[in-house]
Design a protein around this ligand. Structure first.
Ligand code: AMP
Ligand code: MN
Ligand code: MN
Ligand code: MN
Length: 279
């Protein structure tokens, strides 16, 4: 049986390990096919591909794109993308600029709340220069503001909290079109994690499909059976292929074992049945 893990982060976004170490760890964990899907960046893929050749593992070049859809932050995975595609790279450059600007605004707010040098502090945790809320949270744990990342998010970094900056990312249609332009397969990441009603979620899936999206992440990390069931129902209803991924960020986290995923339910078609996975 082939073990797939199609959602993982390196230190080119908010993962802890460099791409080579993610690949090595995936191999140790028994993964046969791994997608590296950093937030808004494909810069870690060269190193990941080299390492995958050395470890005899199949590396799927991927990305996780930040989208603003209606009032929600939604993540769209691009799998099997051509990492040299100009349309995709141009789009990701736009997102990286949005991130930089947001980081400056976040730092200003956090400094007002007594966190000195927040921008420099966050950048220190982001060796490749792409800053996420997670990097701010790591700095704040270091300052002793709270003991864990979830507590920091809860108190400071979630919507309506003092360090939160409402951000206009890119449109759903743009993200899907860049992924398709790069020859990739677009997948809605962790569909049950968005704080939206079931009706709104169905509207998201309908529009995603109409824009040319192909898949939905049915198994994500520690997904409970009811979560898998709900996502599988969406896959069936909207004719989407089913993906699986750990959303690995950090080997120290107890949730995110690479490749430690439950099997897809029998009523869905796996994303790896897509032609792009065979070529
Ligand atoms: P950003 O893309 O900059 O908004 O950062 C979002 C990232 O923060 C996500 O990809 C997660 O890795 C991380 N994150 C979000 N919520 C939490 C949480 N409650 N606890 C820990 N990490 C979180
Ligand atoms: Mn992340
Ligand atoms: Mn995500
Ligand atoms: Mn992710």
């Amino acid at each position: 049986m082939t073990i797939y893990d199609l959602h993982a982060h390196s230190d080119f976004s908010d993962g802890v390990l460099p791409p080579r170490a993610v690949v090595a760890r995936a191999k140790l964990c028994g993964v046969d096919v791994l997608a590296l899907t950093d937030h808004d960046s494909v810069a870690g893929l060269d190193a990941a591909c080299d390492a995958a050749r050395e470890h005899d593992l199949t590396l799927i070049p991927g990305v996780e794109i930040s989208v603003t859809w209606e009032k929600y932050l939604v993540h769209i995975l691009g799998l099997c993308v051509d990492r040299t595609n100009a349309t995709l790279l141009h789009g990701l450059a736009r997102l990286q600029a949005i991130r930089e600007q947001r980081a400056q605004q976040m730092a200003q707010r956090l400094e007002k709340h007594g966190m000195p040098d927040a921008l420099a502090g966050a950048f220190r945790h982001a060796p490749n220069g792409l800053v996420t809320r997670r990097h701010f949270a790591l700095y704040m744990v270091e300052l002793g503001i709270a003991p864990t990342l979830p507590k920091i998010f809860e108190r400071y970094l979630r919507p309506s909290k003092p360090g939160y900056v409402a951000t206009q990312w890119v449109a759903l249609q743009e993200a899907v079109s860049w992924i398709n332009a790069a020859g990739g397969v677009a997948v809605v990441a962790h569909p049950q994690r968005y704080d939206m009603s079931a009706t709104t979620r169905r509207r998201l899936m309908e529009q995603f499909s109409a824009h040319g999206g192909a898949g939905i992440e049915v198994v994500c990390g520690d997904s409970a059976p009811d979560v898998v069931h709900s996502s599988a129902a969406l896959a069936e209803r909207f004719g989407l292929l089913a993906s699986v991924g750990s959303d690995f960020h950090d080997p120290a986290s107890r949730w995110t074992g690479l490749g430690q995923l439950t099997a897809l339910p029998p009523n869905v078609q796996p994303i790896w049945s897509h032609a792009r996975f065979r070529g």
